[in-house]
Design a protein around this ligand. Structure first.
Ligand code: MGD
Ligand code: MGD
Ligand code: MO
Length: 762
């Protein structure tokens, strides 16, 4: 925030970044990123194939690509470019590199530095005697890993983690292997991400996914963007919001921080706008509740809807409520019983502000509600999402054109991985399907639920789990309570990572540790003499093919599906499943998936359509797969949140230059932060109250009921337009502050957006 900001309760907002979001800045940064990665030629070539019908899927985020009929222009964003530059970099982590650095030495390096070293090129084994990674042949690696798995006294001693970039084919094979081995231990990044959305939506509308498609965005009269920063994290979504804003759709933002991308936007591919510099102003209304205050906001809005409906009963969709839902009376009794005093106290907003949001809601026929981590990682995330569902059901805003629920997913195939069975609590129907299709080959699915992320850490810490295998991701850096998590990994007998680039998790080794380097999305994958495709599913249930064209970073790299098949064969020498055939021809596997899941009927045929095919969504058709066959209103009371005296609510979020734990650069352009990451955004009065000033260096300690000391040192204070009592900082640096036992009720998602912290001058 600029100097001269008024230090009053009524903060005057000054834009930290003068130019509109995206625009020329985005183009300039894209070119700089490619140059920095020394990937200008290869990266630029790869980009030509990204998100094109015969190309590969952008590994950035899960926002859909424009579907069939729309795929004409070059649809990419600055952060997609960064993801591709990172993958197509010409830098390499060679055996010489590992010979020069001990693992202990590499552990002292920042994640940013590790990422900068380039692509991993050959399989490696950790040699404890020299504390170095040394080369190992693929054959020997699979043999050892297989033997370690077979040596376990129970299959549940193995943990199979998945990050969300993994393709449908690799994910399906991975879960089939794990379940053939005998366990449902499939923790995944979803456990830390949209798990709360899955739980909340499954219970209320019977499907754990969003109910809208891109077409609904073209028809909506209002879009609510709650707890989400699309300017950085889903830049292509800004295009949808811009088109919507231009045709008069109302955009309401609910976010404690003023996020640049949600205020105004310049499309980098809009030539006229680029020349004139004329941005689309995005939001009709920008509300800044306290961190964790959303439940109160939705409750207040519902109180207003109910009050107005007493005068004009057409304001609620009584027919929809009667025909399609249960629980309306109880839920509304709860809303009526909640006092305005509590709503205003918990939200930190005025009644007039909540009234404005309710006005937009009531005047709009079709409303879409979008949300992401600003809700899912808060203390009462599941109940809060369900309160939003209540609000939407009141006016029948689920299951009709231009309206619906839109949890905006993170990783590009995180939704597909779940569809493919990467889930520690698989639905019995899914397991029955596996038994039906693979039973003849001796497969029997284990029925006991497995570990999620938090439980997996606990199990490894207590040595109940011993072999940890990761399909991508950066488990050590992405999870809470970093010190505890790292100790848990170190107590394993084996840690093994299928990965493209070096990260901290590879350095936090079990007794034995392996690096299994794999192909990235943009790279050509030839198996059995034929180029192979994989498939992914986006945030709106569109499944499409992805085929890399680039020469692989090294001839030694294996594809993720082939690696899984090889590990499976090594661990299960007697398995009758055709691992070798699947490794060489993914279409044979797709035929089996089609046989198992009706939504994937004619799978191989349908991925030939540009843009792919829609999996369908029961809630979008107003078919409710909930017990009783109706959508459910829920009646949770308003949670009364507070933090100890003097503490601030800390939310940990992403800068513009990072992809989760991968740090591409040190700037957060839209928030006006350059060349540093250890910052904490605070309200001017909270700064003054602590005798600090803008630029002061501080240490952060979290306050949690277990009384353990958790500290993150040396952060710079930045004045920001954020409500009193709230603060923000980047992850993964602040993950040391998130206690392992601090998670959301029912979804067990770590409270990355709800950490009470004390801020002290150094
Ligand atoms: N470039 C880039 N793209 C990404 C990622 C990335 O790291 N970089 N990560 C990917 C992944 S895995 C995911 S899950 C998504 C994440 O996408 P987002 O959910 O947008 O990610 P965050 O940076 O965590 O931002 C959360 C937003 O929630 C707000 N917020 C925090 N607490 C609250 C609250 O209590 N209430 C409300 N209403 N708002 C709150 C914050 O101010 C912030 O604007 O992005 C995906 N895309
Ligand atoms: N405090 C705090 N913690 C958080 C969050 C937060 O907001 N705050 N957000 C949470 C969320 S939403 C998520 S999704 C998780 C993310 O958790 P993860 O998914 O575990 O972490 P990433 O940083 O996305 O993983 C990056 C690594 O994936 C590997 N990789 C990249 N591309 C490929 C590929 O094509 N194949 C393979 N095999 N590997 C690849 C690279 O080694 C890279 O270093 O973090 C969570 N942690
Ligand atoms: Mo995520």
């Amino acid at each position: 925030m600029k100097k001269g900001i008024e230090k009053s309760e009524e903060t005057v907002f000054v834009n930290p970044y003068e130019a509109p979001a995206a625009g020329r800045g985005a183009l300039l940064y894209s070119a700089k990123t490619l140059l920095h990665e020394k990937a200008l030629i290869t990266g630029a070539q790869a980009l030509r194939h990204m998100n094109q019908p015969d190309g590969f899927d952008c590994p950035g985020c899960a926002w859909p690509e424009p579907g069939a009929g729309h795929v004409s222009h070059f649809e990419f964003c600055e952060n997609g470019v960064k993801a591709i530059a990172a993958e197509t970099t010409t830098k390499r982590v060679t055996r010489e590199f590992f010979a020069q650095h001990t693992v202990s030495e590499l552990l002292t390096k920042e994640g940013y530095w590790l990422e900068q070293q380039g692509r991993l090129v050959e399989p490696m084994r950790y040699d404890r005697a020299t504390d170095k990674y040394v080369p190992i042949s693929w054959d020997e690696l699979f043999k050892r890993l297989g033997a370690s798995l077979r040596a376990l006294s129970h299959p549940d001693e193995a943990v199979f983690y998945t990050s969300g970039r993994t393709s449908n084919e690799a994910a399906f094979l991975y879960q089939l292997f794990g379940r053939t081995f005998g366990t449902n231990n499939f923790p995944d990044c979803s456990n830390m991400c949209h798990e709360s959305s899955g739980v909340a939506l499954n219970e209320t509308v019977g499907v754990g996914k969003g109910t809208v498609t891109l077409e609904d965005f073209e028809k909506a009269d209002a879009i609510f963007v709650v707890g989400q920063n699309p300017g950085t994290n889903h830049p292509r979504m800004l295009g949808e919001l811009q088109r919507a804003a231009k045709r008069g759709c109302q955009i309401v933002v609910i976010n404690p921080l003023r996020e640049k991308g949600l205020l105004e936007f310049l499309h980098p591919q809009d030539a006229l706008a680029m020349v004139t510099g004329r941005a689309t102003s995005m939001s009709t209304l920008y509300l800044q509740p306290k961190v964790g205050g959303d439940f109160a906001v939705f409750t207040g809005m519902m109180k207003i809807v109910l009050a107005r409906a007493e005068i004009d009963s057409s304001l609620i969709d009584s027919k929809f409520i009667a025909d399609h839902t249960v629980g309306f009376d109880e839920a509304m009794a709860q809303v009526r019983a909640t006092s305005w005093a509590d709503i205003l106290d918990q939200s930190g907003l005025t009644r007039a502000q909540i009234e404005m949001a309710a006005d937009v809601y009531l005047k709009s026929k079709g409303v879409i509600a979008c949300w992401a981590m600003g809700i899912t990682q808060t203390k009462h995330a599941v109940a809060t999402i369900q309160q939003l569902v209540n609000l939407m059901l009141l006016r029948g805003n689920v299951g009709r054109p231009g309206a619906g629920l839109c949890p905006v997913r993170g990783h590009s195939n995180v939704q597909g991985d779940r569809t493919m069975g990467i889930y520690e609590k698989p639905a019995p129907a899914f397991l029955d399907g596996l038994d039906r299709v693979f039973g003849a080959e001796g497969f029997v699915a284990p029925r006991k639920n497995g570990y999620d992320v938090v439980e997996a850490i606990e199990a490894m810490h207590k040595r109940r789990a011993k072999v940890f295998i990761a399909m991508g991701g950066n488990f050590a850096a992405a999870t809470p309570d970093s010190d505890v998590t790292e100790e848990a990994l170190r107590r394993c007998t084996v840690t093994a990572h299928v990965t493209t680039k070096l990260n901290r998790s590879h350095l936090v080794t079990g007794e034995e540790a392996y690096i299994l380097p794999c192909l990235g999305r943009s790279e050509r994958d030839i198996r059995g003499g034929t180029p192979q495709k994989v498939t992914v599913e986006d945030s709106m249930s569109m499944v499409h093919a992805s085929e890399g064209r680039k020469t692989p970073a090294s001839p030694e790299l294996m594809s993720e599906p082939a690696i899984v098949c090889a590990v499976a064969r090594a661990a299960l020498p007697d398995s009758k499943l055709p691992w070798e055939a699947w490794a060489d021809d993914y279409s044979q596997l797709r035929d089996r998936i089609a046989e198992m899941m009706p939504a994937f009927k004619d799978f191989n045929e349908r991925i030939k359509t540009p843009g792919g095919f829609y999996l369908g969504n029961t809630a979008a058709e107003r078919k409710w797969s909930v017990v009783g066959g109706k959508a459910r209103f829920t009646d949770a009371p308003l949670p009364m949140l507070s933090v100890p005296e003097g503490a601030l609510r800390l939310m940990t979020l992403r800068s513009h230059d990072q992809y989760n734990t991968t740090i591409y650069g040190l700037d957060d352009r839209y928030r006006g932060v350059y060349n540093e990451r250890r910052v904490i955004f605070m309200h001017p009065l909270d700064i003054a109250e602590r005798g600090l000033e803008s630029g002061s260096r501080v240490d952060l300690t979290s306050v949690w009921e277990d009384g353990a000391r958790r500290e993150a040192k040396d952060f710079k204070v930045i004045e920001y337009d954020i409500p009193r009592g709230c603060s923000a900082s980047y992850f993964p640096e602040t993950n040391v502050l998130v206690p392992l036992n601090a998670f959301t009720a029912r979804s067990q998602t770590p409270l990355s957006k709800w950490i009470p912290v004390r801020v002290k001058a150094r």
